[in-house]
Design a protein around this ligand. Structure first.
Ligand SMILES: NC(=O)C1=CN([C@@H]2O[C@H](COP(=O)(O)OP(=O)(O)OC[C@H]3O[C@@H](n4cnc5c(N)ncnc54)[C@H](OP(=O)(O)O)[C@@H]3O)[C@@H](O)[C@H]2O)C=CC1
Ligand SMILES: O=C(O)C1=N[C@H](C(=O)O)C[C@H](O)C1
Length: 239
């Protein structure tokens, strides 16, 4: 498969290694310095785009991909206020668009575990829920996209919770997301329930970026022959 990398930073570089090891070609690596090269790419020479750039860059990048009708896997976080528009453009131009806040298999199992645990806890209001995400100091957005997906899973099952807030002290109806930035941490997410008598905690710890990158390449292989809008449940199968 001919893959165009939109964004060639920490993730772009790991994705490149994994794509090459799976027999794919990287036909372009676009960052802020060489965006003019985009003109040379089209459906004729690109089978899939993998977009991991920056929150403020993703919207323009994705518009370009959708207008060209390109199958595009996006992992960039912090741009989702534009999601509906990108999905409309995808349908209008016969493109394919795949988004996940986290491409690792482990985190996607963790998303399901999080919902299941919330369902179990829901009848017991003595438990209060807290979430924490820890990432490297270079991360531009907070909270992490993964933490937002986890909070959305909690909101689905905890009737008293209607929104999240990116702080420790929150109103009764809010889920607290505490964001910590430490060294080179690839990504840690913790869900904790406390009552007066005990605590229950689940956590996912990424040891490297390999799991995110492998998931993105597998998603690109799956997406390339398709048209339409997809996410991890389409790739992995419904719960
Ligand atoms: N969904 C998932 O599984 C995961 C998502 N992410 C998300 O992916 C994104 C990227 O992460 P990461 O690789 O660590 O970030 P980096 O900062 O290491 O890399 C970002 C890259 O994007 C480039 N870039 C910035 N603006 C543009 C633009 N306008 N056009 C093209 N390229 C651009 C940067 O170029 P330059 O170097 O020239 O500035 C850089 O090469 C983040 O939003 C992060 O949260 C990360 C890991 C997993
Ligand atoms: O910026 C990162 O590094 C990561 N971003 C994603 C997020 O915001 O959830 C996924 C992963 O946690 C790493």
């Amino acid at each position: 498969m001919n893959i165009l990398l939109l964004g060639y930073g920490k993730m772009g570089k790991v994705i490149e290694q994994i794509a090459l090891s799976r027999g794919h070609q990287i036909v372009g690596k676009i960052d802020v310095t060489n965006r003019h090269e985009l003109d040379t790419f089209s459906r004729d020479n690109v089978d899939a785009v993998i977009e991991f750039s920056a929150p403020e860059a993703a919207y323009e990048n994705l518009k370009w991909c959708m207008n060209k009708g390109l199958p595009t896997v996006c992992g960039t976080t912090g741009w989702l206020h534009h999601r509906a528009e990108i999905e409309q453009l995808c349908q209008a131009h016969g493109a394919a668009f795949f988004y996940a806040s986290n491409y690792s298999i482990g985190v996607n199992l963790f998303f399901r575990l999080n919902k299941y645990l919330a369902k179990l806890i829901a009848p017991y209001p003595q438990y209060s829920v807290h979430t924490t995400e820890i990432h490297h100091i270079h991360k531009l957005d907070a909270p992490s996209g993964t933490a937002i997906t986890l909070a959305e899973g909690l909101i689905e099952h905890l009737a008293a919770k209607t929104e999240w807030a990116n702080q420790a002290d929150v109103a009764e109806n809010q889920i607290p997301i505490v964001s910590l930035r430490e060294g080179e941490v690839p990504g840690t997410h913790v869900i904790r329930y406390d009552s007066a008598v005990d605590s229950i905690e689940i956590q996912h710890v990424a040891h490297s970026r390999q799991g995110f990158a492998l998931g993105a390449v597998v998603a690109a292989e799956w997406l390339s022959p398709r048209k339409g809008v997809y996410g991890m449940d389409d790739l992995l199968g419904e719960d």
